[in-house]
Design a protein around this ligand. Structure first.
Ligand SMILES: [Zn+2]
Length: 53
């Protein structure tokens, strides 16, 4: 995933920054303790698809 794209991604829940974990291919919101999946290089920023961490 491109760095530029990552910098504009925000959590759909709290609008906070997301941290990309390339090894697990997830985007993490530390505030909400949610992990958003990245499928085929495309981040899926849907609360319904987020995983509690
Ligand atoms: Zn959040």
């Amino acid at each position: 995933m491109k760095k530029k794209l990552l910098s504009i991604l925000v959590c759909p829940s709290c609008k906070g920054p997301l941290i990309y974990k390339s090894r697990k291919k997830i985007l993490i919101c530390e505030k909400d303790k949610l992990a958003y999946p990245v499928r085929n290089g495309i981040p899926v920023l849907l609360e319904s698809d987020a995983i509690k961490i």
